[in-house]
Write a protein that binds this ligand. Structure first.
Ligand SMILES: NC(=O)C1=CN([C@@H]2O[C@H](COP(=O)(O)OP(=O)(O)OC[C@H]3O[C@@H](n4cnc5c(N)ncnc54)[C@H](O)[C@@H]3O)[C@@H](O)[C@H]2O)[C@@H](O)CC1
Ligand SMILES: Nc1ncnc2c1ncn2[C@@H]1O[C@H](COP(=O)(O)OP(=O)(O)O)[C@@H](O)[C@H]1O
Ligand SMILES: [K+]
Length: 513
């Protein structure tokens, strides 16, 4: 993923603080940076919340520099003709915040009690930024709950007050913002799933953080990154195709999928794989499903395998796995096909393990098996959702998904795509863990079968020669962006997996143009 570091790197509060300190030590005055940041916030407010619709703005001001930012914004909005009111949420303030308070009073902006903000059209949350140190409690917590009950749009400066900047969890209670303007670099806590109900629409306000200071603090092997969806799609898709190429040069993908119980998963994975543009697609299914699958995917080679009494694939006997560039194993396989899963792992062909392919190896605990995973020379991708991840790595599941995911990657040396509202992809790069967060998606994807489409897409990209990490990242971004686009056309209820699979390619055309 190539674009400026500052647009993609994810930092903790301590790292952001250290980078800001380098900016200040190099000569930039703190007050000057505050002016710059606040002016940019003011510009964005003017675009998002125009004066004619949001004339009355209430400022919630804390004691630190988050409050200072809010006071500068208040001053500017006042000069632009808005009816601004300020509520100081805390008695004491840092010196810079104090002087902005004096100035705001001197120019006639009213300072009011909290309840007097109830008639505002917009609230600006400048109570806490990354300086929150302990749980919000007592009267302040009551005030937060009151503010949240008003149903007034709230724009949070840097992060919603009360949210832990690093872990994304609520410290006592937190402001439920409708919009969050993250300042400078992406904060770790804002990319974590549990923070989503508090953040609303998330944007970053850039203040030209010098790249050398970022590298000085983070080093050149920083683990946490946020994918920029548009850059990612434009960089990788559509996969270019030489003019005189033939189908066997465009990857041959094998899907090992389906059972009598979960026949549809085989078709959904196949539709995802087809959309990837892979040259040849073979699908191994229990023999009783062969005609059903062939009817849906006539362009694939459908292989009917011997099946168990329960209707699962019994063996891949007679299949030469070495002739495929990639295998996807697991969608709808059921738990009766475990020996088949082991066979695909032993083949050492680039492999995506999904769903029952993961259940078959859960938990990953046996040291010999872990050594076998580590010693594979070809890519191995796991695509668990949260439940599958907990079964795979029961000892690693902590409240912090990012840490848990990185530990799992370090344990088994696979690329792991952890599915959810904020899908994360982690892998080893130069023997060090790296983690990318896919920052945009839609709950329209929360329905059975979405993940099967994704597994097929990853396999298709892998078979065409993308690396395991690129295949997982590009597929996750493509899948979620296409779902957002389809939800815009058909509503959030209209993103069934078949429609999604059919929308993947028309959507790509809109990205390229
Ligand atoms: N220095 C600058 O000019 C810049 C300021 N920025 C802003 O500054 C913010 C960070 O400023 P600060 O470090 O002053 O921190 P905050 O403004 O986030 O708040 C810290 C203050 O709150 C108090 N506090 C912490 N937890 C509390 C609790 N639970 N109950 C009551 N009081 C509590 C602390 O004692 C401290 O006074 C950023 O989030 C951002 O908004 C940056 O965006 C850009 C540069
Ligand atoms: N609330 C949500 N917001 C965004 N994406 C979601 C949400 N819930 C699920 N998804 C996505 O939908 C897909 C579901 O996959 P999975 O759980 O494997 O379902 P299935 O096995 O039924 O196909 C994943 O890509 C996941 O990231
Ligand atoms: K805030």
């Amino acid at each position: 993923m190539n674009s400026p570091i500052s647009t993609q790197v994810i930092v903790t509060a301590a790292q952001m603080q250290a980078i800001e300190n380098l900016i200040f030590q190099s000569g930039m005055p703190v007050a000057a940076l505050m002016e710059k940041v606040a002016l940019k916030i003011t510009q964005r407010i003017a675009q998002l919340y125009p004066t004619h619709r949001f004339p009355k703005v209430g400022m919630l001001v804390g004691s630190g520099h988050n409050g200072g930012d809010a006071l500068v914004v208040a001053r500017e909005l006042h000069h632009q003709g808005r009816q601004v009111k300020i509520c100081s949420m805390m008695p004491k303030a840092k010196p810079l915040t104090r002087v902005h308070t004096c100035h705001a009073k001197a120019i006639g902006i009213p300072f009011v009690s909290l309840t007097e903000l109830q008639d505002c059209d917009l609230l600006i949350d400048g109570i806490f930024g990354f300086g929150l140190e302990r749980d919000v409690a007592g009267d302040l917590a009551n005030s937060f709950n009151l503010i949240n009950s008003w149903q007034i749009p709230i724009l949070a400066i840097d992060l919603p007050s009360g949210l832990n900047c690093d872990r994304g969890d609520v410290m006592g209670t937190a402001i439920r913002a409708t919009h969050t303007l993250c300042l400078g670099l992406w904060k770790r806590g804002l990319l974590i799933e549990q923070a989503l109900p508090y953040i609303g629409i998330l944007e970053r306000v850039d203040f030209d953080t010098p790249e050398q200071f970022i590298i000085e603090v983070l080093g050149d092997r920083h683990p946490l990154w946020r994918v920029d969806p548009q850059t990612c799609l434009r960089q990788y898709l559509p996969i270019p195709r030489p003019i005189s190429v033939h189908k066997y040069n465009l990857g041959h993908l094998l899907l090992v999928v389906g059972s009598q119980r979960y026949a549809g998963a085989a078709i959904l994975a196949a539709l995802g794989a087809k959309a990837s543009g892979v040259g040849m697609l073979s699908i191994a299914v229990p023999s009783s499903l062969k005609l059903l699958v062939l009817a849906q995917v006539p362009d694939a080679l459908v292989i009917g395998c011997p099946e168990t009494d329960s209707g699962a694939i019994d063996s891949l006997a007679g299949l030469d796995l070495q002739k495929y560039q990639a295998i996807v194993c697991g969608c709808g396989l059921s738990l009766d096909a475990n020996s088949v899963v082991k066979q695909t792992i032993d083949s050492d062909i680039p492999l995506v393990l999904d769903a029952d392919g993961l259940n078959a190896i859960s938990p990953v605990a046996d040291p010999n098996f872990i050594r076998k995973l580590q010693s594979r020379t070809n890519p191995l991708i796991f695509t668990p959702h949260g439940g599958e991840f907990s079964r795979l790595f029961p000892d690693l599941m902590t409240s912090d998904r990012l840490d848990a995911l990185i530990s799992a990657v370090e344990l088994c040396h696979a690329t792991i795509l952890l599915k959810g509202a904020r899908t994360m992809i982690s892998f080893l790069q130069d023997e060090k863990p790296r983690l990318w967060v896919n920052p945009e998606s839609t709950p329209a994807l929360a329905r059975g079968g979405s993940g099967d489409v994704l597994a097929g897409m990853i396999g298709g990209l892998l078979a065409q020669g993308l690396s395991s990490s690129d295949s997982a990242i590009v597929a996750a971004v493509w899948h979620s962006q296409a779902a957002i686009s389809l939800a815009n056309q058909r509503s959030i209820m209209g993103v069934d997996p078949i429609s999604l699979a059919h929308h993947l390619l028309p959507f790509l055309i809109t990205v390229a143009s």
